[in-house]
Design a protein around this ligand. Sequence first.
Ligand SMILES: Nc1ncnc2c1ncn2[C@@H]1O[C@H](COP(=O)(O)OP(=O)(O)OP(=O)(O)O)[C@@H](O)[C@H]1O
Ligand SMILES: [Mg+2]
Length: 304
Amino acid sequence: MSIVEKAAEKLKALQQLGLQASPPVESESPHPTPAIERLQERVRSGDQGGETESPPWHIDHMALKRAGLLAVDEKANDRLADEVRRIKRPLMRNAMGKGVEAPVNAARIMVTSAVPGEGKTFTAVNLALSLAREPDFEVLLVDGDIPKAHVTRVLGLEKHPGLMDVLVDERRHPDEVVVRTDISNLLVVPVGDRHRLTAELFGSLRMDYALEELGGRNRRRLVVFDSSPLLATSEAQVLASHMGQVVVVVAAGRTGQHLVNAALERLDNAQYVGLILNMSRLPASENHYDNYYGQYARLSQGEA
Ligand SMILES: Nc1ncnc2c1ncn2[C@@H]1O[C@H](COP(=O)(O)OP(=O)(O)OP(=O)(O)O)[C@@H](O)[C@H]1O
Ligand SMILES: [Mg+2]
């Protein structure tokens, strides 16, 4: 069965579980308290060493909340934390080589979607924060959405050199663009200076080298990429071809099956594909944020 056929079946099954589309989050009350809030206790300053000697970059929780990328109240945050745990477990198992499959480059995890606004950045950020709490891992969150640079902007890293600078300037070592943050085990790579030939740069040998350097030398490091939508840019597909694992976020009740199928067609080279039905909730739910992540389904190539 092709990956697209599998996707069609999985989506149908997920939707039959009784999940209903919820109204867009923007129309709801703001955001719950994030998994990140409790990460405060892990925050350290200045004792982490690493790629640069500059002080760790402060992660502004309020800015993330204002951008709708973190939960704002404790209850919703707890639920979200649980949901993200469900999503991260299979990814971690694969990365550790303990999964059913052993994808090549399993430590590279890209979060994408078919069309804009399905929750990629929200998922990438919360996944990265959740993974950073794992004692066995270090997480590098890469802003791979070059046109929007959402992560870069929200974290206030617009002026910091980033991925694009490494790709265009061979003298620049990838470590130079890694930003160590004041959250233990969380590093960030911003976009850097944008370039109009993003797809070509993502497909270059220099990109192979950059990815090797960013993740390959540290076996504990997971590299999580936020990205642009697969159907909106060509570079998202090129980026996916470097990944061991791809998480496709689908906005429930909003993104048509044909669009999801078209997006999945672009992931031919991806090793492991997971599907998240986002922005859904159980019918009886009292709280909009209940079960926001409807279900997580595995669509990897090897699955029967
Ligand atoms: N699981 C979720 N729980 C709560 N809010 C969410 C969730 N997913 C998405 N949102 C909300 O939806 C908004 C859009 O999500 P996000 O910015 O992550 O989408 P995107 O796919 O990255 O969009 P773009 O294609 O424009 O980059 C976010 O600001 C966030 O408030
Ligand atoms: Mg985004």
